[in-house]
Structures are given as C-alpha cells and as structure tokens.
Ligand binder design. Structure first.
Ligand SMILES: Nc1ncnc2c1ncn2[C@@H]1O[C@H](COP(=O)(O)OP(=O)(O)OP(=O)(O)O)[C@@H](O)[C@H]1O
Length: 270
C-alpha cells in the first residue's frame, strides 16, 4: 500500500475547484471524483474548461485555496507528491507537453528516457542505466514507435509525436493515464490504431481518463462520462445515459443523432 492508499482511494478527487484568469472563472467550483479502474471520458464543447482541468492536475495552474486549507486536488488521495512517485501512478499527456518537447530537438529515445528524470532533456548528470534503456525501448515498441527511436522529435508528425509522449508516460508503468485530446490531428487510420492501443492498455489495467470533444473517441472500455460546460460540471454518469441524444445535443448546443456501432458511439449533426 502506497501512502495509505488502497483500491477505494479515488484516482482523482477535485473539490470545488475555481480557477480565475482576468477576473473570469475558467473553472467554477468544479467537483469531481474518478475512482481507480473507472475509465472515464471528459467531454465538453470548446472552451468548457477541459484543458484547464488537465492543467490543474498537472499543476500548471493553481486553483483558489479553500478558507479551511483543505486540498482542492487530490491524486490517489494525496495533494502532495514527489514527481517520480506521482508519475508511476498517473501519466499525463497534454498538448502543452507536445509543444515543449518540439523545442528540444532530442531523439525519440532520449525524450522517453528524460521521463525517468522528470526533465525535458537528458543532461550530463543523468545516468541512464541499461534497465532504463530497455524500459524506454519497450515503451516505444508498445506504442508502435520503434522505427522512430533515433528521430529528432521536432521532425515527427502529430501522430508520431503523440506516440512518443505516451511512451514517455508509460515508462513509469502508471496505473492511470490522463490524455488531453489525444486524437487531435490524427488521420482516421492512425486514430483507430491509437484507440486500439488505448483499449489494450485499459484491458491490461491502466485506468484511462480521456479528455475530448469527440464522442467517436470514447472507446468501449470507457463506461463513465463527465460533461463540462462553461467551467462547470454539466452532468456525469454512465455512458449510455450521458450520450443520449437529448443530453448530447444540449451540451453541444446543436441537435444530434447518436448511433452505437461495435461499442463505439457516433454523433452526427442533424
Ligand atoms: N491563460 C488564459 N487566460 C485567459 N483565459 C483563458 C486562459 N486559458 C484558457 N482561457 C479560457 O478559459 C476557457 C476554458 O479553456 P480550456 O482551454 O480549458 O477549454 P477546453 O474545454 O479545453 O476547450 P477546447 O475544446 O477548445 O480545447 C476558454 O474560454 C479560454 O478562452
């Protein structure tokens, strides 16, 4: 047991998070609990606060503090973590991360290895062991990125770069992955292969938290849907109920037809 954590400790627990920018609430008293093993999609229109929520978890943004000093964000029950410990529990892949890595000109392998040191690049004081190298190569193989090991990450396509960053998160063998719009910019074939990879990870026990505005990306393993609107919790519950036509149409403010095919959902504008 890690730091008093057991299987009932929520993976993510957010208590009335408010994030202000220029006097505007990007998140407005948002409360949310995601259990371990509860594969979840976080769905919402543009500007609803999805990426802000991811930044909050990554600690790129800070919420207003509570008067009583209680924690706003808890990950596996705790609000303070050392980075290495946290990464073995929760891997985060966000669009900010992609932009930052593009500027490094590291190889794909070194990008994955840098994950062991909680740094963006490999420095002289970073001692890479054989075990780390093996794990990094395994993680790259896992996401089908073996041919990319020696490539400069700034030259990779969107889909290739996404795979490398997921490999970087996977070297820690995290229990959960938080993915912000992971399919943005992927062609249909690459997207399907990528979703198959997520399905496989879910079946092997990695809890998926998938942030998206595309219903089609909600893989069958995901059973729980959280809907955001204007920085607030709009609705949450079982996928079948959340993805009903009336609710989805209201969330995206446009009438939609929803179909279900092989466990996936498809939403079309009417
Ligand atoms: N640094 C900032 N300063 C001011 N406003 C911001 C800042 N970052 C985000 N916002 C605003 O906060 C709101 C929520 O943005 P956020 O990126 O979280 O939305 P999102 O749901 O991820 O949207 P999308 O689907 O378009 O990526 C938006 O209205 C956005 O304009």
């Amino acid at each position: 047991m890690l730091g008093g954590m057991d299987a009932t400790t929520p993976l993510l627990s957010i208590d009335r998070a408010t994030v202000l920018r220029d006097g505007r609430a990007l998140l407005d008293r948002l409360s949310l609990d995601i259990a371990q093993g509860q594969h979840t999609a976080i769905l919402g229109p543009n500007g609803s606060g999805k990426s802000t929520l991811v930044k909050l978890v990554e600690r790129r943004l800070y919420p207003l503090v509570h008067d009583d000093g209680s924690a706003v964000v808890r990950i596996f029950g705790r609000d303070r973590w050392n980075v290495a410990e946290l990464r073995s529990l929760l891997g985060v892949v966000s669009s900010d991360l992609r932009r930052e890595f593009e500027a490094t000109h590291e190889t794909a392998l070194d990008t994955v290895l840098s994950g062991f040191f909680a740094s963006m690049t490999l420095g002289r004081d970073h001692v890479v062991t054989d075990e780390m190298r093996t794990r990094a190569l395994d993680a790259l193989a896992r996401v089908g990125a073996t041919p990319l090991v020696d490539r400069d990450v700034s030259t990779l396509s969107t889909g290739e770069a996404r795979r490398v960053l997921i490999a970087r998160a996977l070297v820690h063998r995290p229990r959960a992955l938080l993915l912000d719009e992971p399919c943005a910019g992927l062609d249909p074939g690459t997207r399907r292969r990528f979703l198959d990879l997520l399905r496989q990870l879910a079946r092997e026990g990695t809890t998926l938290v998938l942030v998206t505005h595309h219903v089609e990306e909600i893989v069958p393993e995901i059973g729980h849907v959280v809907m955001l609107s204007e920085g607030r919790l709009y609705a949450e519950g079982p996928k079948e109920r959340m993805l009903a036509e009336a609710r989805l149409s209201a969330l995206f403010d446009w009438p939609m037809d929803v179909a279900r095919v092989d466990g996936f959902y498809d939403a079309r504008l009417r």
